[in-house]
Design a protein around this ligand. Structure first.
Ligand SMILES: [Zn+2]
Length: 201
C-alpha cells in the first residue's frame, strides 16, 4: 500500500530512467529539514523562527513528471506511465530553463523526453538530459491515462513535498524552550506561507 497517493521521483543507481516534464511551470519549494532519532521531517518554511533557528532555506523547485516503464537501460517497454513530482535544485532548474529556451521552436521542455542517470542514490544526485520528442504525446493511451491522473494528483503536491507546521509544533520538534529563550520576540502567530505559485514564467 502506498502511504501517499503522490510520490516523489527517486532514482536508483542501477536503472536508467526516461521521463517527460508535464509542465514547464515549477512550484517553488522552501522547506526546512529536521533530523531526529525518531524520524526526520521536511516542513514548509513559515518565514520566521524556523529560519532563525535552522538558517535560511535552500530554494528548490518541484516539477510534474511522467515516468515511463523502462528496462534497466532506459528503453520504454510498455505503455504504463506513472505521474510523480521531482524536486530539483537551482543548477538543474537553470539547465532546464536553458534547454527550454533553446528548444522553443519545437515546443520547449514540454515536448521532450529526458533520460536520467543516477550517480549517488543516497543524496539523489543525477544527470538529466534531453533524449528526443515526448513519447507520451504520440500515444493516445498514455495521454488518456496521464491527463486525468495528473489532475487527480495536483491537490496533493503541497502535502507530499513537506508538512505544514505551526510555530508551536516547530518549537516542540526542535526541543522547545531553548529556541524560545533564544528568540524572545518571536511572534506567536506566524502567517502560513501561501502555496507556491511557481516562477511565473
Ligand atoms: Zn524558515
Amino acid at each position: 500500500m502506498k502511504a501517499y497517493p503522490l510520490e516523489k521521483f527517486r532514482a536508483s543507481e542501477n536503472q536508467e530512467y526516461r521521463i517527460a516534464f508535464l509542465s514547464r511551470n515549477a512550484a517553488e519549494v522552501h522547506t526546512h529539514y529536521i533530523e531526529k532519532a525518531e524520524g526526520s521531517m521536511y516542513f514548509w518554511c513559515f518565514e520566521g523562527t524556523c529560519c532563525e533557528v535552522l538558517g535560511p532555506t535552500r530554494p528548490k523547485v518541484a516539477f510534474w513528471i511522467a515516468m515511463y516503464d523502462t528496462s534497466p537501460d532506459g528503453q520504454i517497454i510498455s505503455a504504463n506511465v506513472t505521474v510523480r513530482y521531482m524536486v530539483l535544485g537551482k543548477k538543474d532548474y537553470d539547465d532546464l530553463v536553458s534547454i527550454d529556451r533553446k528548444t522553443q521552436n519545437t515546443g520547449g521542455l514540454e515536448n521532450l523526453d529526458f533520460c536520467i542517470r543516477c550517480s549517488d542514490e543516497k543524496y539523489q544526485k543525477y544527470t538529466i538530459f534531453p533524449i528526443g520528442e515526448a513519447t507520451w504525446k504520440k500515444y493516445p493511451e498514455m495521454v488518456n491515462f496521464i491527463m486525468p491522473e495528473w489532475e487527480k494528483l495536483k491537490p496533493y503536491l503541497q502535502g507530499a513535498i513537506a508538512r505544514t507546521i505551526t510555530l508551536a509544533q516547530f518549537l516542540e520538534a526542535v526541543g522547545g524552550g531553548a529556541a524560545i529563550t533564544h528568540n524572545p520576540s518571536a511572534p506567536q502567530n506566524m502567517p502560513q506561507r501561501t502555496y507556491p505559485q511557481g516562477f511565473g514564467r
